[in-house]
Design a protein around this ligand. Structure first.
Ligand SMILES: Nc1ncnc2c1ncn2[C@@H]1O[C@H](COP(=O)(O)OP(=O)(O)OP(=O)(O)O)[C@@H](O)[C@H]1O
Ligand SMILES: [Mg+2]
Length: 321
């Protein structure tokens, strides 16, 4: 462990034994355009890695249709879930956070039933996030579902840090771009100060000549022609939109360069300011740990994939320095 990381561990431990701020310090959402790319696997193991470094962490299974984070942690589905909170059978979010067997790490399991829970209204989502913010922890990690539904995008946008997972393959990179673009457009519309502005933004976002692939930068430029102050506003929003890329399942040396290459290409062509958080190898220990219903970091702590996750955790901690 580097000296910097060691100092950070000591600082986190000191904080967890002293008086705490009654507020989650950072909410991190782990998303991506596609299913099966490792969002849950990475969220679960990142949660363990951060807890091993002395942080207090709550993992939230925000994949409301297909909760399975408990399996990645190697535990049974908890009896209380987000459904109990959303349906008001439980008043405090703390009461649906169950221990995971890892010191400092608890789990809010995904909704197990109830259409409302699978498709909550915006007010329910903001209420959930508001309650999550009251948790006295260092990190809340949200494991998101696949796709670009408003549910997924809203959780992604409400978090302090958005992590986008992708595989080093053109199809997955395209999906991730679609996800980021959809999140940005959702943010633009959500931030609109009035309905006129929202309409102008909506018109700029709309597909032209049957071609939907317009970039955030094109939208700013189109708006500049009709509303220069509005375009300046969008530019500010674009500047403040800063998701972090994670490449999962790297198999070759070149795969390890894909993240930084994608980040700089998207900056140049689409005006997106993305960060690069790190890369995790494709590793047989992953499926072996899943089949054995054990967390990767516990079952194969020396594996290449586990080391990749540990580096991601260090990099997440370093974001706050
Ligand atoms: N680094 C890796 N090396 C090898 N296999 C991996 C790796 N990451 C993920 N996998 C495989 O991919 C499977 C799916 O991962 P996971 O369930 O985390 O995906 P997900 O993105 O959460 O999917 P969903 O969107 O359906 O929830 C894992 O069970 C594992 O078998
Ligand atoms: Mg998942």
């Amino acid at each position: 462990m580097s000296q910097d990381s060691e100092a950070r561990v000591i600082e986190l431990r000191a904080r967890s034994s002293g008086p705490r701020k009654a507020r989650a310090r950072r909410i991190i959402a782990v998303g991506g355009g596609k299913g099966g790319i490792g969002k849950s696997l990475l969220s679960a193991n990142l949660g363990i890695a951060l807890a091993q470094r002395g942080a207090k962490v709550v993992l939230v299974d925000a994949d409301l249709g297909g909760a399975n984070l408990h399996t990645c942690l190697g535990i049974n589905q908890p009896a209380v879930t987000l459904s109990d909170f959303v349906d008001k059978r439980v008043v405090r979010i703390d009461d649906v956070a169950v221990p995971t067997g890892v010191d400092g790490l608890s789990l809010v399991s995904g909704a197990s039933d109830g259409l409302d829970a699978a498709n909550p209204r915006h007010a329910q989502k903001t209420k959930l996030l508001r309650h999550l913010r009251t948790l006295e922890v260092d990190y809340v990690l949200l494991d998101l579902g696949a796709g670009t539904s408003f549910n997924v995008l809203d959780f992604f946008l409400l978090a302090d840090t958005g992590v986008v997972v992708m595989l080093p393959e053109p199809t997955s990179i395209e999906n991730a771009y679609r996800f980021i673009k959809a999140a940005f457009f959702r943010k633009l519309q959500g931030d609109a100060p009035d309905s006129d502005f929202a309409q102008r933004v909506g018109a700029a976002i709309a597909p032209r000549d049957g071609r939907p692939a317009r970039s955030p930068w094109d939208v700013v430029e189109d708006l500049r022609a009709v509303d220069p102050p509005g375009a300046a506003r969008l530019e500010l929003t674009l500047g403040g939109f800063h998701p972090w890329i994670v490449i999962n399942q790297a198999r070759t040396r070149n795969d390890f360069d894909v993240g930084p290459t994608v980040a700089s290409a998207w900056k140049k062509f689409f005006g997106l300011d993305l960060g690069y958080l790190g890369c995790v190898s494709h590793d047989d220990s992953v499926w072996q740990s899943v089949r054995a219903r054990r967390a990767l970091i516990h079952a194969f702590p020396e594996s290449a994939a586990a080391s990749g996750v540990l580096r991601l955790a260090e990099n997440l901690i370093a974001l706050e320095r």
